[in-house]
Every structure is written in structure tokens, then in C-alpha cells.
Ligand binder design. Structure first.
Ligand code: SF4
Length: 302
């Protein structure tokens, strides 16, 4: 099928099956274009809660995001177009490792970044996003903190709060590959641009940049800032959304090769197939949903 035909068929199937398509900001442009809603994982999962008339969620993103949508929308069927769309960061920390850390630090509170598996969330006390990680840890004054799974986001939080935090060794390879020299090169190439990086980047990259923001924070900055040029240090497809929504502003990639392989597994053809067959459904044990929902609910209520 040609691209236009695929788009029309996706729109027809979506209406027929009363489904809603959610797509993460790192999805391929063609997938972003057919989505009902774009955003980061949490924005998307929260948004669906309000859609009482849609029983089927097709989540175009990596697997932990579809899991999160399922956990906070237990009455809805959640479909992911490719079960193999994985996140290296979420998969980089095994539950046994967190259990061991908890045994070594029995009094510590566990704060997990939303980019984690349902099993890790179920072992955690609090959940956070890259947008509110600093605030969540700041609210736990006087407590020893284990922050999982991203060592870079954890280091960023520790740096901002000047606190010691217990950290595992997992990272997001897309952001971990950003180097100080990438920032220095961008300053030379685009002297008028503000440099904005994701807090999953290494600390020396964050320190050398102008802003460390989540993808929702980057959109807000582009909307509200009087600046007209930005160097963006995150997954490459974020630039598609920024350029589309702010055509008068200029956005440059900090590193054009910053591509998340898991995100790119979702294609228009797989999305069409998922809507046709209503597969792959995300299935989780009720006890896991129950445990993983507690830290998520705390975050949603805060
Ligand atoms: S960009 Fe990094 S954190 Fe985001 S889904 Fe890909 S591997 Fe995971």
C-alpha cells in the first residue's frame, strides 16, 4: 500500500474500532502525522484517562510506555504495533539488581524514573519524569534515596540538589553518547542559538548547555522564549515536531546520529497491521498492575 492509502486506512480503522493513537515525540514523522496525540510517555498516558469513549489505545512508542498506559488505564485495551520496540534504559536494570540495592540500603526510598519496566515500578516508592525528578527528590528531605534506572538523570538530580544519591549504572545510549565537544562544536557553528539538552545526557554536557529540559519542556521553551534559534540535544525526531509547530524558529541537531532504534521499530505499515488485528496487546498480571500503579498514582496526584 502507498503511504497515502495507508494513512486513509489507518483513519478508517481507528474510527471503526473507536481507537485512539498515541505517539511519542521520538516517533518517525509519518507516525507522528497520523497520531491523535503526541507527547512524552506520561503526558500521553494521562491524556487517555480522559477519553471515556475510546476503549482501545494504540501506543506508538517503546514497550515500557505502552505498559505505563496499561497500568494507569486498566479498563482499556493497549496495543503496541511492535512488541520488540524496546528501551535500552528501561531494560538496562533488572529487578534483581534493584532488590539487591534495596537490601544494601534498607532505609532508602526508591525513586524510579518513568522510563522503567513495570517490575521496577512495582519495587519503587515514587515515580518521576525527567520534568519533575528534581522536585520529587527534593520533597523527600532527610531520606536516603536510590534513584533508578538512569545514572545520568540521577547525577543531574544530585548535582541540582547537592545531595548524595545511590545510583545504578544504566543509561540511555542515545543521550549518553552526547559529548562535551558536541556542545563546543555547536557553540562555534550556531553562536546565536541556545543549547537545550535532555537531562538523560552526561552531566558535563548539561553543565555546558543553556537548558536541561524534558521534551515537553523543550516545546514550552520554544513556545515562550523570544529566542529564535536552538540546538536540540535529544532524539532526532523531536526536531520534526519542533520545526512543524514553530516554523519561524530554527532548530539544529546537537548530533544528527542521535537515533533511538526501539522508537524507529514502529512504522506506518505496522500501525496499520496493529489496528487491523488489534495486536500486540499489552498484558500484565493484575498484581503487577496494582503494585506498579502505586508510585505512578503518587506522581499523577502530585
Ligand atoms: S531514547 Fe533512550 S530512554 Fe528514550 S526510549 Fe530510546 S533508549 Fe529509551
Amino acid at each position: 500500500m502507498r503511504t497515502q492509502e495507508l494513512k486513509e486506512e489507518i483513519a478508517r480503522l481507528k474510527a471503526e474500532k473507536k481507537a485512539v493513537i498515541l505517539a511519542h515525540n521520538y516517533q518517525l514523522p509519518l507516525v507522528q502525522d497520523v497520531a491523535d496525540f503526541l507527547g512524552d510517555s506520561l503526558e500521553l498516558a494521562k491524556r487517555v484517562r480522559k477519553l471515556r469513549d475510546r476503549k482501545i489505545i494504540v501506543f506508538c512508542g517503546v514497550y515500557f510506555m505502552a505498559e505505563t498506559a496499561r497500568i494507569i488505564n486498566p479498563d482499556k485495551k493497549v496495543i503496541i504495533p511492535d512488541r520488540e520496540a524496546g528501551c535500552a534504559l528501561a531494560e538496562g536494570l533488572r529487578p534483581e539488581e534493584l532488590v539487591r540495592l534495596k537490601q544494601q540500603h534498607p532505609e532508602a526510598k526508591v525513586v524510579c524514573y518513568v522510563n522503567s519496566s513495570a517490575e521496577i515500578k512495582a519495587l519503587s516508592d515514587y515515580c518521576c519524569t525527567s520534568a519533575n525528578a528534581v522536585e520529587v527528590v527534593e520533597g523527600l528531605r532527610g531520606e536516603e534515596i536510590i534513584f533508578v534506572p538512569d545514572i545520568n538523570l540521577g547525577r543531574f538530580v544530585a548535582w541540582r540538589l547537592k545531595r548524595k544519591i545511590v545510583l545504578p549504572a544504566s543509561n540511555c545510549y542515545v543521550h549518553h553518547r552526547f559529548l562535551l565537544r558536541d556542545v563546543q562544536k555547536a557553540r562555534r557553528l550556531y553562536p546565536r542559538a541556545k543549547i537545550v539538552v535532555h537531562p538523560e545526557s552526561p552531566l558535563e554536557v548539561i553543565e555546558a548547555s543553556d537548558y536541561a529540559l524534558s521534551t515537553s519542556g523543550m516545546l514550552k521553551l520554544a513556545a515562550e522564549s523570544s529566542e529564535g534559534e536552538f540546538v536540540i540535544g535529544t532524539e532526532i525526531s523531536m526536531l520534526y515536531r519542533l520545526r512543524k509547530e514553530f516554523p519561524r524558529k530554527k532548530f539544529y541537531a546537537l548530533k544528527p546520529g542521535a537515533i533511538c532504534e526501539g522508537m524507529k521499530k514502529i512504522t506506518l505499515a505496522k500501525l496499520y497491521e496493529a489496528l487491523t488485528l488489534l495486536k500486540e496487546e499489552v498484558r500484565l498480571k493484575p498484581v503487577l498492575i496494582e503494585r506498579a500503579r502505586r508510585p505512578l498514582e503518587r506522581m499523577l496526584e502530585s
